[in-house]
Write a protein that binds this ligand. Structure first.
Ligand SMILES: [Zn+2]
Length: 70
């Protein structure tokens, strides 16, 4: 596969959107891999730092309401 931003061979895949990126065009970002309700009913998140990000897609900081699903 080639990098989404240039014609170099890709080295990784964006964690968020699936675009392939080369070493020159990748960026990194933190993300949650899972969230759950822990002891005493306290929400907890398991985060990972420095995951591959293409720098083009826009992971949203807030959940998006989808009331039409109910
Ligand atoms: Zn992306």
């Amino acid at each position: 596969m080639k990098c989404w931003s240039c014609e170099e061979d890709a080295r990784a895949v964006c964690t968020f959107c699936g675009r392939f990126v080369c070493k020159e065009h990748y960026k990194d970002m933190s993300t949650f891999i899972t969230m759950f309700v822990g002891a005493n009913n306290i929400p907890k998140g398991l985060a990972v730092a420095n995951v591959i990000w293409c720098g083009l897609c826009e992971p949203q900081p807030e959940p998006i309401s989808m009331p039409e699903l109910y």
